[in-house]
Design a protein around this ligand. Structure first.
Ligand code: ASP
Length: 460
């Protein structure tokens, strides 16, 4: 029975049943104008004196929830408002019902919200999300993920979930850990990415996998970095570097063009890391002109041939991108022997867009000796390799197809599409910049009983 507010514009002369919130109330002389808002937009309701619900209408306040039945009427010429979608019509109400009253919100909801402090916005996130900008951002996120799924299903990928309670998988960050009640003193780690599981799914013969995967990384927070993020995680068997980047480019073009965006250059330009550093001085760069920026064009590029290793703060070798990657074939020998470590290039490819890294992946080491060599170069003892990655080395002994993949950060992609500077603008319930949850109070203390069950003691 319900009509969405935006659909009223095509229903002049009809009687409709509307549900929504009071966006605003204006009293003009004896007339009361209510802008009723639902997810689709706003529409004007006009109450005139003598009308049955006029008294009730005069008591309405912002954010009250209403049910209104009324007739859609064309507005007189001089009353047309070309700024809103429903500006040519208005509703002449026949009945009004208040479904819920509302307290005055702690901040305005009819602005873009950027002027409001983060703390209060996130405390009342469910109200903050009512603003038009965030409704639009979160809806685009849903459409983005939907378009991604549709493309990947059409290409024969299977969507497969992998565990959240798991063993550590290194992506260069700290792990979030979860104590085990049944195993005193032992902990799960939340995945920094599904990297190892997706590779095991290739061993398992699924050949084409994807997942809209939650990833957890305990790292210093920045504008474009939270403790958790979502990635569109892809892995394929029997592929080389060009197969993955070609598929991924088709994926990216299909998804963003289906959402109405324009891409500056197709096929995407390709840079080696060396070229990028020499020519541009960075491995993430923005290829847009000022004109492109104004018109919302997306400038994608691939960067490849990264060094596999770099020295960490203590002067030890560490991976630059992904320890599970394969070295470029011409450097495989160096990797196995641990020669020329600083010159070994990896099959890593990064996708950048408008200066932001929006995706990255590699062809993987699928033979145990290759993977072992990576950890050996980073100074892992045989014993610690076996303890941490023995399951991968073992799996790789049972006929592992060559494989590779990529992952796209959903939030980073949305931020570039929307021109938003902060991750929190594209996440429904983001963490605050000090790492606390929206609305709910976490992290917080545990009850003594719970600590005991988990075999934990908190040092005062
Ligand atoms: N696991 C990588 C990441 O999370 C992506 C990949 O190599 O597929 O960044």
């Amino acid at each position: 029975m319900r009509t969405h507010v935006a659909d009223t514009k095509n229903k002049a002369g009809e009687t409709v049943e509307l549900f929504g919130w009071v966006h605003s109330r204006r009293d003009h002389g004896k007339l009361i104008f209510i802008d009723l808002r639902d997810r689709s937009g706003t529409v004007q309701i006009v109450f005139v004196p003598q009308q049955k619900d006029y008294e009730l209408a005069s008591s309405l306040r912002s954010e009250w929830v209403l049910k209104i039945t009324g007739k859609v009427a064309e507005r007189p010429e001089k009353m047309i408002n070309s700024e809103i979608e429903t500006g040519k019509i208005e509703i002449q109400p026949e009945s009004l019902e208040v479904l819920a009253q509302a307290e005055t919100p702690p901040f305005p909801l009819d602005t873009d919200g950027r002027e409001i402090g983060e703390e209060v916005r996130l405390k009342y996130r469910y109200l903050d999300l009512r603003r038009e900008r965030l409704q639009k951002n979160i809806a685009l996120r849903s459409k983005f993920v939907d378009a991604a799924r549709q493309f990947l299903f059409k290409k024969g990928f299977l969507e497969i979930e992998t565990p959240i309670l798991s063993a550590p998988t290194p992506e260069g960050s700290r792990d979030f850990v979860v104590p085990s009640r049944l195993n005193p003193g032992k902990f799960f780690a939340l995945p920094q990415s599904p990297q190892q599981y997706k590779q095991l799914l290739m061993v398992a013969g699924f050949e084409k996998y994807f997942q809209i995967a939650r990833c957890f990384r305990d790292e210093d927070l920045r504008a474009d970095r939270g403790f958790e993020h979502t990635q569109i995680d892809i892995e394929m068997s029997f592929v080389g570097q060009e197969d993955v980047t070609a598929l991924d480019e088709e994926f990216t073009v299909s998804v963003v063009e289906s959402l109405g965006y324009k891409i500056k250059e197709k096929p995407f330009p390709v840079f080696t890391y060396k070229e990028a550093m020499e020519k541009i001085g960075a491995d993430k760069f923005d290829l847009r002109t000022e004109e492109d920026k104004k018109s919302g064009v997306l400038a994608y590029a691939w960067v490849k041939d990264f060094p596999f290793f770099e020295k960490d703060k203590e002067g030890k070798w560490t991976f630059t991108h992904n320890p599970f990657s394969m070295a470029k074939p011409e450097h495989a020998d160096w990797l196995l022997k641990g020669d020329n470590v600083g010159d070994i290039l990896t099959t890593q490819y990064d996708l950048i867009c408008n200066g932001v890294e929006v995706g990255g992946g590699s062809i993987r080491a699928h033979k145990p000796d290759m993977l072992e060599a990576v950890f050996r170069i980073m100074g892992y003892s045989k014993e610690s390799i076996d303890r941490q990655f023995g399951h991968m080395l073992e799996a790789f002994k049972f006929g592992t197809p060559p494989h590779g993949g990529i992952a796209h950060g959903v939030e980073r992609n949305l931020m570039t599409l929307l021109g938003e500077d902060y991750l929190r603008e594209v996440v429904a319930f983001p963490q605050t910049s000090s790492g606390r949850t929206s609305v709910m109070d976490a992290p917080s203390e545990l009850e003594e009983k719970q600590l005991k069950e988990l075999h934990l003691q908190v040092k005062k």
